[in-house]
Design a protein around this ligand. Sequence first.
Ligand code: SIN
Ligand code: CO
Length: 378
Amino acid sequence: MPAPLGPFSVEEFLADYWQKKPCLVRNAFPNFEPEIDGDDLAGLACEPMAEARIISGAYPEHNWRLQQGPFEESDFARLPETGWTLLVQDVEKHYPPLFELLEQFSFLPTWRLDDLMISWAAPGGSVGPHADQYDVFLLQAQGSRTWQVARDYDPALLEHCELNVLRNFSPEQEWTLEAGDMLYLPPGVAHHGVAVTAGMTWSIGARAPDAADLLMALGESLAGDTVPRYADPDLSPSASPGEIDEKALERLRALMAAPLQDDDRFRAFAASFLSRFRLAHEPAPPEGGLCAQEVAERLHKGKLLFRNPWSRLAWVKRDKNADLFVSGQKFTCTSSLAIALCASQEPSLPWDELTQSDIDTLTQLIVSGHLLLAGQPE
Ligand code: SIN
Ligand code: CO
């Protein structure tokens, strides 16, 4: 699938722009026809499972107002003609055909992608100038929006405001995006989008854990395991008993690093963590339950498989096979099965290459609700 990078090759984009500087791609999606519209988005924002917000206000007035969903139809009827934005997270998980859009970004590892957030803005709508910690591809899906950006900016936030809005913002560059245009922004670049005409921006967001996320999760994963405890059989007499001396610091550092040196443990931890990081909901097993026997029979009939939209997959090599992690849970399979399952929401499986143990893994994935058989209720 060609990457939606217009005149830029993937290599060029990664070398010159990714995590470095903004990249405007005019007509990244020629003749883009959004599969959902503002009414669909408003409908979704009324669902209890959806994470939705309405933000109104403008810069530099700083008259911001944030309302959290779920909303009622009457909330939308009360909104003015201008100056507000509806934002909904994880839209692809609610409308799985939209995963196809994310699949066009598979020049990036899938574990780096977070979700598709869609905003619908009335003319003048804005969420305020701000900077995000994550890379984002802002695809103008409908209407037009002006984006101002600054790489060098005053990071002071507006006080007493629920939104992370910059108090002052002086743009360095400005572009107006029309339907099909896309703007890539690396983390830490201040940006301010203002709708020129009513329309939608689709944000394909990346995710990147920081060291605190990883260390906290590592700590949790170790709790309950047998792990080494601080020991100092080589202790020498203390010259100043209140001091944590160099040798003690060295022993502590080595103790903390020990779990990271255990290759099997580290690989399993990394894949398990990344397959559930920033996941808003746990995929639930199918209603009514399915027994392994039933699943095996249906699989033999060649039933179509779909991934549960809330299941996240990532795998690591183990010898010639794969340890596949699905939303934190480990399954073992061949690399061929892991690759096929990660490639698409509707994986097409290499049946000829699958082993009996792969079929057992598929069965477990179906019984636990990570894979759905066509016709099975979600
Ligand atoms: C928006 O869609 O207006 C906000 C997206 C962003 O700034 O990251
Ligand atoms: Co942003």
